[in-house]
Design a protein around this ligand. Structure first.
Ligand code: PMP
Length: 580
């Protein structure tokens, strides 16, 4: 199968379905390739598998339909033009800087979600400063910050205690290669809080995950790493593969070799039947790498699945790696491992414990972590570190400035957890839950197909009919003009600095945004045949429970996915027969 076909299939079967884009790619294929693609796709869309135990309730009234990119009306385009002008007046300096800098500044962030028809609205704003719950841009606009800097800011933007710690260290200098007292204190505190034996500091989360896989391979001398569809583990070649047709692992795109992807087994998330695959290939599998709650699907909280995964990996001598980059110190100081009483062999961290500095951590049981430095030894006897070591080093792994931020952050977490154990994390979760419930009630009342999914203090907008569409992007752009800053990744976070008033500002801004989109015709009544096609929407109006509700939601998602795939299939078939 050629890369072009794989590419189209990947786009169709991945969770970022975009019919228009898939068709565009389809057009570039030869007739033979088109037939090949259609037959490959038929294999993948053989009827939705919906659990009988997951009753799905049809909504009382049909959901409104979002306007699609390829069918925007003259009116829509006029409105977009008007908003483009308004945005230009709202953030003129940001506009100028963004357009000027792109000639010499390289960054992929600016292309996330970029749509031709929305371009004038999609330049990124330039921040002037961050303070607690707020961001300020160079044009003087103030935003409630729900970006959480991709999940880093548990205490809001640059809290004073972190700035003080960095200042103090800066003052004394920051020798990079040796050890500092803070380094040992931070390592001690990290292991105390997470209840892991030993910890290694890395330069980024990506590096932590990449090295954790290396430790697993060094430990049991096996090759393959299992990951799960929909997870994100950074961008190292070690973990960059997607689940392709027929379950094969496909490399992550240009420049990423298929040879790397071949060493990964990408399985369906939260699917007990994958355990059999792991058992069957246990002789080849060095490690299972898992985001305990995928940040792209926070409503799925698969404690049972993870418990079973723990059992299988223990039985089969496979290293279980929890990637707690986002959940670590957010779901609690022991992350999801503490929440569900599941101990991973190795866990990777970054974000929150880095206090805003570039960092990552690998922590785990001694028998695994000893593969980095050979373990411990005494000075007065014959003991020596083991020679079974794998290579790991980096100029900034122990950078004292970031270690100062880490020590300050961990100390503050410990102080808060010790002084108010029942309230520190629960209070953050309650604020998030309140926001999610208020918005889900609103979406339901307005019949817009959006759901807020959430876990601990992470939340996400799920656009049911418009995964990568124009309306999704417009929501985030209009939110910005309504005083709320969101992030390209689509993950949003509540922090300790968000007051109830800030939460209300966010809720009202979302309501105003959606109302504007409805008024301007970006949501419309569905046609009768579209009503028949509509997948039921599972609105979460109370805290998601880890068991039954997660299963129901997943069944709904699976059904929606299959319906979408079916729709695309039909479209492509019609297209091939000259119907479009
Ligand atoms: N793993 C997970 C689960 C992540 O969310 C991220 C970053 N979003 C990474 C790994 C990579 O971390 P970094 O961006 O620090 O390289």
């Amino acid at each position: 199968m050629t890369t072009a076909i794989e590419d189209v299939i990947e786009r169709i079967v991945s969770k970022q379905i975009d019919k228009a884009q898939a068709k565009e790619h389809f057009e570039t294929l030869s007739d033979a390739e088109k037939s090949q693609l259609l037959s490959a796709l038929s294999d993948k869309v053989e009827g939705p598998e919906v659990s009988e135990e997951a009753p799905i309730q049809a909504p009382a009234a049909p959901m409104l339909k979002p306007a699609l990119e390829r069918s925007l009306s003259e009116h829509h385009l006029e409105v977009i033009k008007r908003w483009g002008k308004q945005f230009g007046q709202f953030a003129p300096k940001s506009k100028e800087l963004a357009m000027e800098a792109q000639h010499y500044f390289v960054d992929q962030r600016k292309t996330g979600g970029l749509k031709k028809c929305l371009k004038p609205l999609q330049y990124h704003i330039t921040y002037h400063k961050g303070e607690g719950a707020y961001l300020f841009d160079v044009d003087g606009n103030k935003y409630v910050d729900i970006t959480g800097d991709n999940g880093v800011n548990l205490f809001g933007q640059q809290p004073q205690f972190i700035k003080d710690a960095i200042d103090e260290r800066m003052h004394r200098g920051y020798p990079l290669v040796g050890y500092t007292e803070e380094l040992f204190k931070a390592a001690r505190l990290f292991t105390d809080l997470t209840q892991h034996d030993r910890v290694l500091f890395t330069q980024s989360g990506t590096e932590a995950v990449m090295w954790a896989c290396r430790i697993a391979r060094a430990f049991n001398r096996k090759k393959k790493i299992v990951t799960f569809d929909g997870a994100y583990h950074g961008l190292s070649d070690t973990v960059l593969a997607f689940k392709g047709p027929g379950g094969i692992s496909m490399s992550g795109g240009l420049g990423t070799l298929q040879e790397f992807a071949d060493e990964l087994i990408v399985l369906d998330w939260n699917d007990m039947s994958t355990l059999e695959i792991i058992e069957k290939h246990a002789d080849e599998i060095a490690g299972v790498l898992v985001e305990p709650v995928q940040s792209r699907a926070p409503h799925i909280q698969p404690a049972e699945f993870l418990r079973e995964l723990r059992k299988v990996t223990l039985e089969k001598d496979i290293v279980l790696i929890f990637d707690e980059m986002i959940t670590g110190f957010r779901a609690g100081e022991q992350g999801c491992q503490g929440l569900w009483g599941i101990k991973a062999d190795i866990a990777t961290y970054g974000k929150i414990p880095g206090g805003g500095m570039p960092t990552g951590m690998i922590a785990g049981m001694q028998k695994y972590m000893d593969f980095v430095d050979g373990g411990t030894w005494e000075l007065e006897d014959d003991s020596m570190p083991s020679l079974k070591r794998t290579l790991m080093a980096g100029t900034h792994t122990r950078n004292p400035l970031k270690i100062a931020a880490t020590l300050a952050t961990l100390s503050e977490i410990k102080r808060r957890v010790d002084t108010d154990p029942d309230n520190f994390y629960p209070a953050l979760n309650r604020k998030t839950e309140h926001l999610a419930i208020a918005l889900n009630d609103f979406f339901k009342e307005k019949r817009v197909p959006i759901v807020i999914d959430y876990f601990s203090s992470l939340f996400r907008f799920r656009f049911l009919d418009d995964a990568n569409g124009v309306v999704r992007e417009l929501v985030f752009i209009l939110l910005r003009m309504n005083g709320v800053e969101t992030s390209v990744s689509g993950n949003f976070f509540i922090n300790t600095e968000h007051t109830n008033e800030d939460i209300s500002v966010v809720i009202e801004a979302v309501k105003a945004t959606v109302n504007t989109l409805i008024e301007e015709g970006f949501y419309s009544e569905p046609e009768p045949e579209e009503i028949a096609e509509q997948a039921p929407v599972a609105f979460v109006t109370e805290a998601p429970q880890e068991t039954q509700e997660a299963a129901t939601e997943q069944a709904v998602t699976a059904q929606q996915m299959d319906q979408l795939k079916q729709l695309i299939m039909n479209d492509l078939q019609q297209f091939q027969q000259g119907g479009h």
